[in-house]
Design a protein around this ligand. Structure first.
Ligand code: ARG
Length: 566
């Protein structure tokens, strides 16, 4: 479609000969009509109105005459639809598009937008010693998808799991462990035991607040390199990571670096020094902060009264280090919207420190997750553990598969792909900033807007292809309405990829995959394939091949697996 836009733009530039209307700016005036029956491409004439000082209606009418006299290549007809000039592409152009898609294969929709550029992405990043709960799901799967989309667009990507492995809470854990725990129990029970110790500290400290001072002391020992505390902290980290890796494996999520907060503990003093030198630090009741009143934000805390560092201090040190290490063109942070202020504050501090790349730091916030309408509050203990959520998803998917297709080979593997896929798909369906609710019946409905529906459609395309011979795509064909629409939908893919990249919005791909499934299923119901012959059969099989490719790519971009049989 881009080619058509450029061709039409060139013709308009020559026709208007108006310096304010260049062939380069005109493509922005195009839209996709809401319903393919209205056309394939729409020129929104109101966007030209100001420059041309004419009404959109008059412009559309004038251009309709112009284009009808000599239709551009690939265009079959032009209509004026209330100030929009709608173009219908020709069948031969559609077939050409289809042939090009098939030729590009798995690369269709990819680009070199990010060629030579590096994007660093900080996602998942749990606080160790805590079990993975549903609150970590968003950052993990949104971050993973954003990373994959960038890679597909040619970026070099660096996925960082910025483990929360530093701070006074580790002093609490050390105290609790020394008082009420044992290495044996931690090794045996794993993260469950660490969690128990952490919670126990909370209840005990309520009775005896002096425990908090002891915890601070233990943390300062850790900070100054006390061998025993370091040994324990390493143990806690190892045990936690072991548990997290299982979840990552299940989700198919991976990282290039696990440099967590502790990695920056020796890199913070330099930050504090620089802030001092640049006169950015203010003392406030013994604590050090950067005043951000001029930017309508509360101050950014840098050091506590006892001199220990804080979350923003570590983030600043990490950003400076990452810039040096990776020379990134952008550094993206995926967290819940609750942390938006934190990021806005320290991004500002980096800017005030005179780093002209501060605008390459991007915060990508998302909404909250709930299950059957219930919010997840970690403090009240009302947490849904990811393990449990996945177990339930896989079990439920397994039961449905057992009923639908009892003879399926490797049922367990497929149940895993479908169950996990249902969770991911449901989480990436709405704009990320919206709250996600989990409703099992909805998320697993094979006929709804779900992962299983999309995976099932993919498997249908595979099964058609597996049962038929390989016939090359014809050069030309007469197309029926469903075939036309299917090609139009497939043709939207490259544009959707770019939009999801620019907006850090995986849901654009998720929703595209649903549109594609719908278009394909409409085609499948209306156009017999096996009984078709000659050119018609060749075209229909080619459409199945294109759907398999494009649907497969879109599902992979949001982190789903695509079994060929379900
Ligand atoms: N560990 C933090 C948490 O669980 C998230 C870290 C996000 N990344 C960052 N660079 N601050 O809330």
């Amino acid at each position: 479609m881009n080619r058509l836009k450029q061709q039409i733009a060139a013709k308009l530039e020559a026709y208007f000969a108006n310096p304010a209307l260049s062939a380069a700016s005109i493509p922005d005036c195009f839209d996709t009509p809401p319903d393919p029956a209205m056309g394939d491409l729409a020129l929104a004439c109101f966007k030209l109105s100001k420059i041309l000082r004419k009404s959109p209606m008059a412009i559309a009418e004038e251009l309709k005459k112009l284009f009808s006299e000599e239709l551009p290549d690939g265009i079959a007809s032009v209509v004026n639809a209330g100030g929009y000039l709608n173009f219908f592409v020709s069948d031969s152009f559609r077939v050409l598009l289809l042939r090009e898609m098939l030729e590009a294969g798995e690369n269709y929709g990819s680009s070199d937008l990010g060629k030579g550029k590096t994007m660093v992405i900080d996602y998942s990043s749990p606080n160790i010693a805590k079990r993975f709960h549903i609150g970590h799901l968003g950052t993990t799967i949104i971050g993973n998808s954003i990373k994959l989309i960038h890679r597909f667009c040619g970026f070099d990507t660096v996925g960082i799991n910025y483990l929360g492995d530093w701070g006074t809470q580790y002093g609490k854990l050390v105290i609790s462990f020394k008082k009420w725990g044992s290495e044996e129990a931690v090794r045996k029970e794993g993260i469950e035991e660490l969690n128990r110790l952490y919670v126990l500290f909370g209840t005990e400290a309520e009775k005896d607040p002096s425990l908090n001072d002891q915890a601070r002391h233990e943390f300062s020992l850790l900070e100054s390199g006390d061998p025993e505390n370091i040994r324990l902290w390493k143990l806690f980290k190892e045990i936690s990571l072991r548990e997290y890796m299982k979840t990552y494996e299940l989700l198919g999520v991976s990282f290039d670096s696990f440099n967590g907060e502790s990695f920056y503990s020796d890199k913070m003093p330099a930050v504090v020094e620089e802030l001092k030198e640049k006169n950015l630090l203010k003392l406030d009741d013994g604590a050090s902060l950067v005043d951000l009143e001029a930017y309508h934000m509360p101050p950014c805390l840098i050091l506590k009264r006892d001199g220990s560092s804080l979350y923003p201090t570590r983030d600043i040190a990490a950003a400076l280090w990452r810039k040096k290490e990776y020379a990134f063109d952008k550094c993206v942070y995926v967290t819940s919207a609750g942390q938006s202020l934190h990021f806005a504050q320290w991004f500002k501090v980096v800017e005030l420190m005179g780093r002209d790349w501060a605008d390459q730091l991007v915060h990508v916030p998302y909404g909250t997750f709930s299950i059957n309408g219930e919010k997840i509050a970690s403090r009240t203990g009302n947490v849904v553990l990811l393990d449990d959520l996945f177990r339930e998803a896989v079990e439920k998917a397994g039961a449905i598969i057992e009923e639908k297709n009892p003879n399926l080979e490797n049922k367990d593997e497929v149940a895993k792909d479908v169950g996990i896929g249902a969770v991911i798909f449901n989480s990436l369906l709405a704009n990320r900033i919206k709250d996600v609710n989990f409703n099992w019946a909805e998320a697993l409905n094979f006929e709804g807007n779900t992962g299983p529906y999309a995976q099932y459609t993919y498997a249908r395309a595979c099964s058609i292809l597996n049962k038929s011979e390989q016939i090359p795509c014809p050069e030309k064909a007469a197309l029926c309405e469903e075939e036309k629409q299917l090609i139009s939908t497939l043709a939207l893919f490259p544009d959707r990829v770019v939009r999801s990249l620019n907006e850090y919005e995986p849901s654009i791909i998720t929703r595209f995959s649903l549109d594609l499934c719908q278009s394909f299923n409409r085609f499948y119901n209306a156009c017999p394939i096996r009984s078709a012959e000659g050119e018609e059969k060749a075209l229909r099989l080619s459409l199945c091949r294109a759907v398999k490719n494009v649907l497969g790519t879109s599902l992979h971009l949001i982190g789903l697996r695509t079994p060929e049989k379900i």
